[in-house]
Write a protein that binds this ligand. Structure first.
Ligand SMILES: Nc1ncnc2c1ncn2[C@@H]1O[C@H](COP(=O)(O)OP(=O)(O)OP(=O)(O)O)[C@@H](O)[C@H]1O
Ligand SMILES: [Mg+2]
Length: 205
């Protein structure tokens, strides 16, 4: 089954007298178990497409289906299949990594919370940082935290908006390795990026 199907997506924004065409008849498909990167310059419409996929904004026309369900009309069902990693999730002041994950596990209504938390800590390589206050994590580990938090809800499709932006070469590489590990674990991943180097090159993005 397709994890994601975008058909003829159109979205315009009005800014003063100007009309900005953020999505101009975009169509794409992602099969379950794939990693797909949206590559494009600033303003290309990447975040707009991701927001529409999460049901955060309404298209002018076209449709988006997540595992066969309409991203907008069936938003509730879709939200159980999907999670978004933007790097802007709250890192409540003073809470440790594990306590913050407990907090999010409650919000997501996760069953078997402690088991789920152990699993996501292990998956993201955060177990050694569990006692650290989350806001004091380095950027690379903060990114892992956002991924761990998203995994708690048990999504089949992960949306990542620029997961390696602002990271040093090594941290960015580790996040890309983690993305592959998530795919090997059965997740489907749509990410946006400005990263254009070949996999064995050393630049960051
Ligand atoms: N809420 C909004 N109101 C007005 N214009 C918007 C809105 N959201 C996005 N836009 C415009 O739509 C276009 C696409 O924006 P979008 O954020 O999707 O691009 P992007 O590919 O994510 O860019 P970046 O690489 O900078 O994150 C831009 O011209 C942007 O200014
Ligand atoms: Mg963007």
């Amino acid at each position: 089954m397709d994890a994601l199907e975008v058909k003829g997506a159109v979205k315009q924004f009005r800014e003063g007298g100007n009309v900005i065409k953020a999505l101009d008849n975009v169509s794409m498909k992602i099969r379950e178990g794939e990693i797909v990167g949206l590559l494009g310059p600033n303003g290309a419409g990447k975040t707009t497409l991701i927001s529409a996929t999460c049901g955060l904004l309404e298209l002018d026309s076209g449709e988006i289906k997540v595992f066969g369900k309409d991203a907008l009309a069936q938003k509730e069902e879709v939200s159980g299949e999907i999670n978004l990693i933007t790097g802007f999730a709250g890192l409540l002041q003073g809470l440790s990594v594990e306590n913050l994950l407990r907090y999010y596990a409650m919000l997501y209504n996760v069953r078997e919370k402690e088991t789920a938390i152990e699993n996501v800590l292990a998956m993201t390589g955060l177990a050694g940082k569990r006692k650290q206050v989350a806001v004091t994590l380095s950027s690379g580990y903060k990114q892992r935290f956002y991924i761990a938090k998203a995994l708690l809800s048990g999504p089949r499709l992960l949306l990542m908006d620029e997961p390696t932006v602002g990271l040093d070469v090594k941290s960015a590489m580790k996040i890309r390795m983690l993305v592959k590990k998530l795919r090997d674990d059965g997740k489907t991943i749509l990410l946006t990026t400005h990263y254009m180097q070949r996999p064995n090159s050393s630049a960051t993005g």
